[in-house]
Write a new protein. Sequence first.
Length: 239
Amino acid sequence: MIFILLLIPGLSVSQLSDTLYRRLSIGISYEANLSGRQLNYSLSNQWVADLRNENEMLKYGYTAGLVFRYRLHPKLNLETGLRFADRGYTSPKETLVWESPDPKFPSKVKTTVSMNYVEIPVRFNYKLKVGKLDIYAMGGLSLNFLTNKVTRFKMYYENVNKDINKDKTDYGFEERTYSFSLGIGINIPFAKRLLLNVEPVYSQNFTSIVADKNAREYLYSIGVNTKLFLRMKKKTKKA
């Protein structure tokens, strides 16, 4: 972001298309992603991290919400907004072994941890004209508030029937975290006043989601974010 701000004095004059619309645009966004976590445990607890890394994997997640874009310069935009996010991780089916097998007991279990956040992102994007493509580089930070944490245990039985048990305990998890995002996107004119953005994006927490200093965990995700903006046309003065 510092690099982008240093470039402002050398940017070119405003494009004609920008003069037709107000600086502020309002939009909606939806990001489909794969989310997981990175573990940073103390040496005494490293065996727990190794065990978890062997048995946990990425889960499908998403973010969705409102976006406000403000044009600071023809090549530089500031974005913020409010969005809801579903992040976490999951495990493959694990076989359960019972001392006294019984058809009433589950034979396998799949565990999924879902963490829901309300996020307030602040991002900059800088236009990079490449031929006829209108692409941009994106980067920024986000303040995230934990609203819900659910662990789901999906039980599988020999007769194929399944049931799901939920645990909503969120003790030990930080209520507020910070993350960063990096990506690249493309602007696609969708209609006269509509602009579609498609951007592959990588996001990661730089503060731990748990309070335990000896067992740090950092959520991350890789996804594709789609945004649809309504550009507000300037009022024209009557002659």
